[in-house]
Design a protein around this ligand. Structure first.
Ligand code: NAD
Length: 442
């Protein structure tokens, strides 16, 4: 099939390479010319394990091309995926202006009837708005708009796309259902996991899934705070409740809050959608409030241990990405910590195997002024540090040499934002240890 994917970010690029890998002819469009120039050379603008190999093999196989011109790339497409961003507006609403701008441009450039697929996460009714734009302005061509939200996880995106738990197709149109089924069939060969529903239900399903996952995290973080009150280790409680099959072990880890490009903005968008309907979502309001508290927990814990005034204090940070396996720092807990530390005049020495460049760009001034130093090795950032804060649980931080760390640091204080370490082991190595909802933190 002739496919055009608009937006070469985490979702668009993965979508494009996976469809190309299945033998389709895919053109990717992005308004960012630098991204396109890099992609044409086989260089991925985002970090995602395995993506560059697929990118390069599909470019070599002539199944994948790139363009910064929608006018040049879109006309012959049978299926067009819209995978542009839907960031939070200042009032929390999902800003769908990128989607609507693409719809407008498509209405001018599509030269034959196409299936236009909204892959971006967008409020209920957005696909209908795209349909209305295409209906009004296309020269008599009947385009069909489908909602097909994406569920991939950064860090494991290729695997998620190639072996999805489910594929949600929102359309009542028979022709679109047939074509979309045919397109996704290679990804669900062992058993059919394609679900058809209305466009609005598809859009809602994506939000409901993210809201549920965020709720699990905030619930567990609240349990951690509760455990703290009673000197109970939340890790023992986690294992105890996870064994119940109705609860399960996934996604019930206490930590320093959820971040990334999806949960925070999608929860905010849902709260805004509720407001526009004149209703409230008290559970989601609490999910967000708990997450905010959780993201501030590391800084508060540092102040409790080292004093309110952190001027002259050096804090080492391990992990900056919002989670392991990605370079994405959007809404990352590390940023809340960094910003609080910078505001109080502390000095930061941080390491992340992938996301350091993004943080350096984001806090260029602090880097230039020497308040934020980004190291190229995890032990190197410990030199003369007054505390180490583990923010992102990259595998390479799992079994560190505590004895060596003790010799490098000025003060032996370890804040474990992801409950990665055994408190007793860390304390035996001479550290004061604080985890999230763990007795040692009392
Ligand atoms: P992203 O910011 O990484 O990528 C968006 C891309 O769209 C950028 O490269 C940008 O330059 C491009 N773009 C913007 N306007 C354009 C235009 N008019 N024409 C061409 N290109 C344009 O975003 P993302 O993380 O890939 O997310 C895209 C959507 O998918 C969002 O709605 C997001 O909520 C959703 N989503 C994201 C994930 C994830 O893990 N990142 C997972 C599921 C769903």
């Amino acid at each position: 099939m002739q496919i055009c994917v608009i937006g070469c970010g985490y979702v668009g690029l993965v979508t494009a390479v996976c469809f190309a890998e299945m033998g389709n002819s895919v053109t990717c469009v992005d308004s960012n010319g630098e991204r396109i120039a890099a992609l044409e050379k086989g260089i991925s603008p985002i970090f995602e394990p395995g993506i560059e190999a697929l990118l390069q093999s599909n470019i070599a196989g002539r199944r994948l091309t790139f363009s910064s011109s929608l006018a040049a790339a879109a006309p012959d497409a049978e299926i067009v995926f819209i995978a542009v961003g839907t960031p939070s507006a200042s009032d929390g609403a999902a800003d769908v202006s990128q989607i609507l701008a693409v719809a407008q441009a498509l209405s001018e450039h599509l030269s034959k009837p196409a299936i236009v697929v909204c892959k971006s996460t967008a409020p209920v009714g957005t696909a209908c708005r795209v349909q209305a734009i295409l209906d009004q302005t296309s020269a008599g061509l009947q385009h069909r708009v489908v909602s097909n939200p994406e569920f991939l996880k950064e860090g494991d995106a290729l695997n998620d796309f190639m072996r999805p738990d489910r594929i949600i197709i929102g359309t009542d149109d028979r022709h679109s259902q047939r074509v979309m089924h045919q397109l996704y069939e290679p990804f669900v060969r062992n058993h059919d996991r394609i679900m058809f529903m209305s466009r609005r239900a598809a859009e809602m399903t994506k939000y409901a899934a993210n809201a549920f996952l965020a709720t699990k995290i905030s619930f567990m973080n609240e349990m951690a705070a509760f455990c703290d009150e009673f000197a109970v280790d939340v890790e023992q409680v986690r294992k105890g409740i996870g064994a119940d099959q109705r609860i399960g072990h996934h996604f019930i880890y206490a930590g320093c809050g959820y971040g990334g490009s999806c949960f925070p903005k999608d929860i905010r968008a849902m709260l805004h959608m509720a407001e526009t309907q004149g209703t409230r979502m008290p559970i989601l309001e609490a999910v967000e409030a708990r997450n905010q508290l959780q993201k501030e927990w590391l800084f508060r814990c540092l102040q409790r241990s080292l004093g309110q005034d952190l001027r002259g204090v050096t804090v080492a940070i391990w992990g900056l990405a919002f989670k392991p396996g990605t370079d994405d720092i959007r809404d990352a807990p590390s940023r809340v910590l960094i910003e609080s530390l910078l505001a109080t005049g502390a000095r930061i020495q941080a390491f992340d195997p992938i996301a350091a460049d993004n943080i350096a760009r984001c806090y260029a001034r602090a880097v230039a002024e020497g308040q934020l130093a980004l190291g190229d090795a995890h032990y190197a950032v410990l030199n003369n540090a007054d505390a180490l804060v583990l923010v992102t649980e990259w595998k390479q931080f799992r079994q560190p040499d505590f004895a060596l760390m003790r010799t490098l640091m000025r003060r032996p204080l370890l804040l474990d934002g992801r409950n990665q370490y055994d408190p007793q082991q860390v304390e035996r190595a001479g550290f004061a240890y604080h985890g999230v909802g763990r007795p040692a933190s009392r």
